[in-house]
Design a protein. Structure first.
Length: 556
């Protein structure tokens, strides 16, 4: 009888717990587990930033004081996150760390406060006059291509930079920066819908503002000089070159705007469009996730002769998802390289060895149904590709080998693997349009998982595509069909969509994994996925039709 009463009491306690406390325990565990994941993420990011700063000291990449300011700020932001999440995991045990952190910040802040000296300099600088020491004036993107043009003597379109000083002059005009700061301070940046509203408001404000007369005159005068070398009525490509863009670890890939095939008449408006893209939804979210201050990002703009490309694409000097693979990877399409970088089309793939002589190891020729081309006067359009040409390779073997040779030369020059955008003109000339450090991640072995699931413990739902970001993760499916769907995207979901567009980048900090029906390893979204360590599988045919919302899947 005593034993029976004892077990009866234990049973009643278990019942009480299950009825009253299990849900509370479950929620507490979920919150602690979430804090633990965020703690690990902040710790990893802080270590990455410090490693990047050490790498910069070796001289393998261009940087200026803006780089130093922003990286110190970003390290501080992530260390503060580590302390906060430790406090959430064990309330009351780590409170003293806050005061210690403030003491460290008080020692660092005098050295990383925004310096007024950065505001000095010319409004525009011709590309042939730019060197790597001008990174704080023209941004890393323009500094890189200027080095390639002026030191390596590779083909880069003629052009000029509209500088950081020009940006600050524009922002100060009519006190535009004060209003932007007011809106940023008043917004709840933890809410995606609020950032969406803020982005729209600031971009409209920027585009609707006039340029100071001296800045407008300087841009048009420099364009006239460009006409002297490139021909009367030359059209230009206007590309973002923000401070901090195209650096190792913070590429900002696809987060800002480019305006292609722009005439003199629309030069000023196109400049404002690119400047306004500093406040695009994806760029603002990226900066918030990276702990980068708004005032540390001045929007410089590169303005270069438009290359009316026969074909174009992106080349990686090494495999971005397999550190053990040193082959050169070329993705190419007919027409402008835009459809490669925005993930809207399947490109041809050429894999080239680094041996002497180089040789093509592998080719995959895609069916290219569309291409981007320049209108005769201004602007670009997407047009259907005729079936006969769409199935042909967009590069000859000789052109692919020459592009691979250029990639190896650029890697040797910079001392690190490179991500290169290029265009091929009708006369066979290969132009380098952009060059930045390559984001690389190690591929995980998949054989064990595949064997286990194929032996009946799970079930392979879909196979194929290309690994754009290595890794494995699971979560409920969320099918993204239109831009407004992004506001409903839940934490920890698997993002499934038709195209790997850069506009989905703001969701990567919340996504467990990404699956798309189109896109390649060379697109902007693939770059950001690797940067954020999000597993990404692109080019999976039929994914949006086969998978269902809220269906729990594993992506490997």
């Amino acid at each position: 009888m005593d034993l029976r009463r004892l077990f009866s009491r234990v049973k009643s306690k278990k019942k009480a717990l299950s009825e009253e406390g299990v849900e509370e325990l479950r929620l507490a565990f979920k919150a602690r587990y979430h804090s633990f994941k965020l703690l690990l993420s902040a710790n990893n990011r802080a270590l990455e930033i410090m490693a990047g700063m050490e790498e910069a000291l070796r001289g393998t990449q261009p940087f200026g004081m803006t780089f130093v300011f922003s990286r110190c700020t970003e390290v501080g932001t992530n260390v503060w996150r580590i302390i906060r999440h430790l406090d959430e995991l064990a309330p009351g045990k780590y409170g003293a760390l806050y005061e210690q952190f403030k003491e460290i910040q008080r020692g660092i802040n005098p050295f990383i406060e925004h310096k007024s000296a950065l505001k000095e300099g010319p409004l525009v600088i011709p590309l042939e006059s730019v060197d790597i020491g001008m990174t704080d004036q023209v941004g890393s993107k323009v500094a890189n291509v200027a080095e390639i043009k002026n030191r390596l003597l590779l083909k880069v379109p003629d052009g000029f930079s509209i500088t950081a000083h020009a940006f600050r002059t524009f922002m100060a005009h009519n006190d535009l920066q004060t209003e932007i700061d007011r809106q940023l301070q008043a917004a709840d940046t933890d809410r995606l819908d609020e950032i969406y509203r803020l982005s729209s408001s600031i971009q409209q404000l920027t585009i609707g503002s006039s340029l100071p007369a001296e800045l407008e005159e300087a841009i048009l005068e420099q364009y006239s000089y460009l006409e002297g070398s490139a021909g009367k009525g030359v059209t230009v490509a206007m590309r973002s070159s923000a401070l901090g863009e195209d650096m190792a670890g913070t590429s900002f890939a696809g987060q800002y705007r480019s305006e292609l095939n722009v005439s003199r008449e629309h030069l000023i408006h196109a400049y404002k469009e690119v400047v306004a893209s500093k406040y695009s939804l994806q760029a603002m979210t990226y900066r918030l996730n990276r702990g980068i201050r708004d005032e540390d990002v001045a929007m410089c703009v590169g303005c270069m002769r438009m290359v009316d490309a026969v074909s174009g694409g992106v080349t990686y000097s090494r495999n971005p998802v397999d550190i053990g693979d040193d082959a050169v990877i070329i993705n190419a399409v007919w027409g402008l390289p835009k459809s490669v970088v925005d993930g809207s089309s399947a490109p041809d793939l050429f894999t080239v060895s680094r041996s002497d002589p180089m040789r093509i190891l592998h080719k995959e020729i895609a069916t290219k149904e569309e291409k981007f081309v320049c209108y005769p006067d201004e602007g670009i359009c997407r047009m259907d590709e005729v079936a006969e040409k769409g199935d042909l390779p967009s590069l000859t073997d000789g052109q692919a080998l020459e592009i691979a040779r250029i990639a190896v030369e650029l890697e040797s020059f910079y001392g690190a693997p490179q991500d290169i955008e290029w265009a091929l003109e009708s006369d066979g000339s290969i132009f380098v349009l952009q060059c930045r450090p390559l984001q690389r991640r190690e591929r995980l072995g998949a054989s064990g998982l595949t064997r286990e699931w194929e032996n009946g413990r799970g079930g392979i739902l879909l196979k194929g595509g290309v690994t754009a970001g290595p890794g494995a993760a699971s979560g409920p499916v969320f099918i993204l069909k239109k831009e407004m769907d992004a506001l409903r995207f839940p934490e920890g979901a698997v993002l499934v969509t038709a195209q790997s567009l850069p506009r989905w980048a703001p969701l990567l900090d919340r996504a467990a994994a990404v699956v798309t029906e189109q896109g390649s390893v060379a697109g902007h979204l693939a770059n950001v996925a690797r940067e954020f360590r999000v597993p990404a599988l692109f080019g999976v045919k039929g994914a949006t039709g086969f998978l269902k919302d809220r269906q729990v899947v594993t992506v490997h």
